[in-house]
Design a protein around this ligand. Structure first.
Ligand SMILES: [Zn+2]
Length: 316
């Protein structure tokens, strides 16, 4: 769970629920490393040049550690580290109600922005050769991160429960605990971190990326041919959230009314209400979720490469 303990982060935690805001470190680094396998030489060069010539603030507290040897993997978690200082929280997700039907995403994006719009905006900066180089480097870091986030199913769906952050559950042997109206484990958090970590069986991000790239080798060409459709990718994730993330919980949780939720005490104490339902995600849940996590990480990596390849082509 990407809760970071800088002073700003801690202050923010008391102000609002510490919404987990990303695949964990391993997920994001895996997406970046998988993408690199599919970059054109031009895209690779563009990324390396922007990142090396415009380094991150060395004083920035890096939640995932700053020692990744690979520049893109290192860049992949930066957006979470600057979440407090840049107030970019809403850029990491889009709250599509659980029962919403496919259609334009604009109604769900909101005044504070959302992940699909953030990808478009940052991509425009990345592609603008006349933009400030430091801004383009940050835009690249954002795009690497947000294409990852977009593929986490619970970043594109909500049941008036903060995208599953307010769904306390027992995960395998871990019982849920409440602290300042946030819960651990919770549905969002296990998708960010625990499910992929367990699925990786100790593999580091490089090894996990290798494994996924081989596992989906037969599908990758099809994904590439389908082209770049950010909104469709969001709806795909929404579908997985419905069918797999919410669909396999025991007991089933009902569809909540579509109300705005900023903490787990909203929506008539959603967190506390669900805590008392003793929701369980056990071995059977992990087995159904893991293939979806694997596919989404692989798709995110391949699609990130497609986006960066196009950006490099257009800025030549
Ligand atoms: Zn994020």
């Amino acid at each position: 769970m990407a809760v970071y303990f800088s002073v700003v982060g801690l202050a923010a935690m008391f102000a609002t629920v510490p919404r987990a805001d990303a695949w964990g470190c391993k997920g994001h680094q895996t997406v970046a490393l998988l993408a690199e396998k599919h970059l054109t030489p031009e895209a690779k060069q563009l990324a390396q040049k922007l990142l090396s010539e415009n380094p991150m603030d060395p004083k920035l507290n890096r939640y995932c550690g700053g020692a990744m040897r690979d520049a893109m993997a290192d860049a992949s978690t930066w957006a979470d580290d600057v979440r407090g200082e840049r107030k970019n929280g809403p850029w990491h997700y889009i709250d599509i109600p659980r029962e919403a039907q496919r259609g334009p995403l604009e109604p769900f994006c909101g005044r504070e922005d959302c992940v699909t719009r953030a990808i478009r905006e940052q991509l425009a900066i990345l592609k603008d050769k006349n933009a400030d180089a430091a801004k383009r480097a940050d835009a690249l870091r954002y795009v690497i991160h947000f294409v990852g986030d977009l593929h986490q199913p619970l970043h594109t769906a909500t049941n008036a429960d903060e995208g599953g952050n307010c769904v306390p559950l027992k995960y395998l042997r871990r019982n849920p605990h409440e602290h300042n109206h946030s819960y651990s484990p919770n549905l969002h958090g296990i998708w960010d971190t625990a499910i992929p970590e367990r699925d990786a069986e100790g593999a580091d991000p490089g090894e996990y990326a290798e494994m996924l790239d081989a596992l989906f080798a037969a599908d990758i060409e099809g994904w590439e041919k389908a082209g770049i459709h950010v909104d469709d990718w969001a709806w795909e994730g929404h579908e997985y959230a419905k069918s797999t993330a919410y669909g396999n919980l025991v007991p089933k949780i009902t569809v909540e009314p579509h109300v705005a939720v900023h903490t787990c005490t909203d929506n008539n104490n959603i967190g506390d209400r669900l805590l008392h339902q003793n929701i369980v995600a056990g071995e059977a849940y992990q087995e159904k979720a893991a293939p979806v996590v694997e596919k989404r990480l692989a798709e995110a990596g391949v699609r990130l490469a497609m986006i960066l390849n196009e950006a490099a082509r257009e800025t030549e």
